[in-house]
Design a protein around this ligand. Structure first.
Ligand code: SF4
Length: 475
């Protein structure tokens, strides 16, 4: 039930209602923020806060980590090894601001370092029922735990630092039901690319998505994190999955998770959060998981995707803005209508980012790379230093290096390239990241978004390849 109204409620409504401090006009509300994450980009917010003579109201409800500007090579030297003075300055400034504010901080050489949306869940900071913010679009990732998590701008980061609350307009509710069983070689990345291809890159604008259905329930936390991560690429304010035993098993024993009797109390609350059976959604979409194939994007937004078995779309089949959009994307991507997407030559492969750099992602990529040789340059950047260590303990690093795939350190890396990990101008990548916008991985570069298994398949064949064939050959 929805606590304030005793009406049947959705997961989102229950969290929203539990966090309202003051109701404003037109559905706006002042909300309490449980957890805020910070990375190097927070310097604007800290600068404004310090100029105005304010302090951080609740330092223990923030966590800072260096991820966007950390190099993925030469990390043994710590911050001294960052050769670019501007990048080094931003990494040092985050540490200085965190120290000033009394906020816990994982710097470049901290054993907990990693991408902000990877380490939040990993440390148990991300928990069901929370409202979570970060000055970063892909904060939606944390919704996989049944949290309302969303990206905010610099002025809102400042507001959260200073007051631990934030005015928000209530979004509409969209439930996406993914029912059925995913075929081998098809995973969370394929599900979310298929969702965005179906509803469009603006298809969830103004909504918070709840992902439901038997395929979501069967997913690991890693796969749910991948799905929620890309909610923003459909225009959604956030994405969420109701917490269940999979969620609780992942969280139990993590450093910041509740302990002893606090765990039992938290569990009782978390179990109450699932949407009531008769809760109402503004929209519903249903997708047959069993019909999905490995996906790949062909265009310049994440909604321009298709199964690996598909052909490049023909703008002549569309009209108006849609036609012009396809024409522009094909021109940028250098593709011809009607040609099969499978077999398209690729220059470079990137396996990493907050979408697909968790241990399960690395295992999936390694399963394809094992015993094969990369035909094109490729590298792996694990989502966090603990994931790197775990993968090394499992021997995954050796699988990659024996295949000729570089094994690097953790950070945002070639997802956005702010640390200098960029494609050469004009190069075409198969990438496990979340954005294929023009120039996202460097000037004039062309990005095809794929799953970790599909990225590894591209690395060992030098072209976009249906990974199901390689997996079948390995059995
Ligand atoms: S990995 Fe990419 S999308 Fe994720 S936080 Fe870093 S830059 Fe943003």
């Amino acid at each position: 039930m929805n606590a304030s109204t005793t009406q049947p409620g959705t997961l989102f409504e229950k969290i929203w209602d539990a966090h309202v401090i003051e109701q404003g006009a037109g559905g706006d509300a002042l909300l309490h923020v449980d957890q805020n994450f910070l990375h190097e980009g927070s310097f604007h917010a800290f600068g404004a806060l310090r100029r105005e003579g304010r302090t951080v109201r609740r330092p223990r409800q923030h966590f800072a980590v260096a991820d966007h500007y950390v190099p993925t090579l030469g990390r043994d030297a710590g911050v001294a090894g960052v050769t670019d003075p501007e990048m080094r300055g931003l990494i040092e400034l985050l540490e200085e601001n965190a120290l000033w504010a009394g906020i816990e901080h994982a710097g470049i050489d901290d054993a907990r370092q990693g991408i902000v949306h990877v380490i939040g869940p990993e440390l148990g900071l991300t928990q069901p029922g929370m409202i979570i913010t970060c000055g970063d679009s892909h904060t939606s990732t944390h919704g996989a735990f049944g949290a309302f998590a969303f990206g905010v701008g610099a002025s809102q980061v400042k507001q959260v630092l200073a007051t631990q609350c934030l005015w928000q307009r209530q979004p509409k509710r969209l439930r996406i039901n993914i029912d059925g069983t995913l075929a081998p070689g098809v995973g969370g990345k394929d599900v979310i690319l298929a969702v965005i291809a179906q509803i469009g890159a603006a298809g969830a604008t103004g909504h918070v998505i709840e992902y439901a259905g038997s395929a979501i329930r069967a997913m690991s936390m890693e796969a749910r994190l991948t799905v929620c991560n890309m909610s923003i690429e459909a225009g959604a304010r956030a994405g969420m999955v109701a917490p269940d035993d999979t969620t609780f098993a992942y969280l139990h024993g993590r450093p910041f998770a509740p302990r002893a009797q606090h765990w039992d109390a938290a569990l009782a609350y978390w179990r109450s959060l699932a949407s009531d059976p008769d809760a109402r959604f503004d929209r519903e979409v249903t997708i047959d998981a069993g019909a999905l194939a490995p996906m790949v994007t062909w265009g310049t937004n994440p909604g321009q995707g298709l199964p690996i078995t598909g052909r490049i779309p023909d703008p002549a089949a569309a009209s108006g803005d849609a036609r012009r959009g396809i024409e522009a994307a094909l021109a940028y991507m250098g593709l011809q209508p009607g040609t099969p997407i499978e077999g398209l030559p690729i220059d470079r492969v990137f396996i990493g980012s907050c979408t697909n750099s968790r241990i399960e992602d690395l295992r999936a990529a390694a399963a394809v790379a094992r015993g094969r040789k990369a035909r094109i340059p490729a590298f792996v950047s694990p989502g966090s230093t603990p994931i790197k260590r775990q993968a090394e303990a499992e021997g995954l690093d050796r699988v990659f290096t024996e295949a000729g795939i570089e094994w690097r350190a953790s950070g945002c890396s070639m997802c956005v390239g702010t640390n200098g990990d960029l494609l050469a101008p004009g190069e075409r990548s198969a990438s496990t990241s979340n954005r294929n916008f023009e120039g996202r991985q460097g000037r004039g570069t062309r990005t095809h978004l794929v799953s970790p298994a599909m990225a590894a398949a591209a690395a060992v064949t030098g072209k976009l390849t249906d990974v199901r064939r390689l997996l079948a050959a390995a059995t």
